[in-house]
Ligand binder design. Structure first.
Ligand code: SF4
Ligand code: SF4
Length: 69
């Protein structure tokens, strides 16, 4: 099954990936990290198609997409 990883050290919490995913599989955390960012996380790993729209949207290149697990 396709899946993504999100490098939280690169994420600025802009939320563009949450908009890009039409399946709403990416969310922002409720609490900020040590840098003050509410970073993104893969909130629903079971429905990812591997379309990579989230990764293409990310201005900080924080998301990697894997087609096979
Ligand atoms: S690869 Fe596509 S389906 Fe998977 S989380 Fe990203 S935008 Fe959503
Ligand atoms: S688009 Fe990139 S920087 Fe913005 S919230 Fe998503 S992973 Fe973080």
């Amino acid at each position: 099954m396709p899946y993504i990883t999100i490098d939280e050290s690169r994420c600025k919490g802009c939320g563009l990936c949450t908009i890009a995913c039409s399946r709403k599989l990416v969310s922002l955390r409720d609490a900020p990290n040590s840098m003050g960012y509410t970073v993104a996380f893969f909130s629903n790993p079971d429905a990812c198609t591997g379309c990579a729209l989230c990764a293409e949207m990310c201005p900080d290149v924080a998301i990697a997409v894997f087609k096979e697990s």
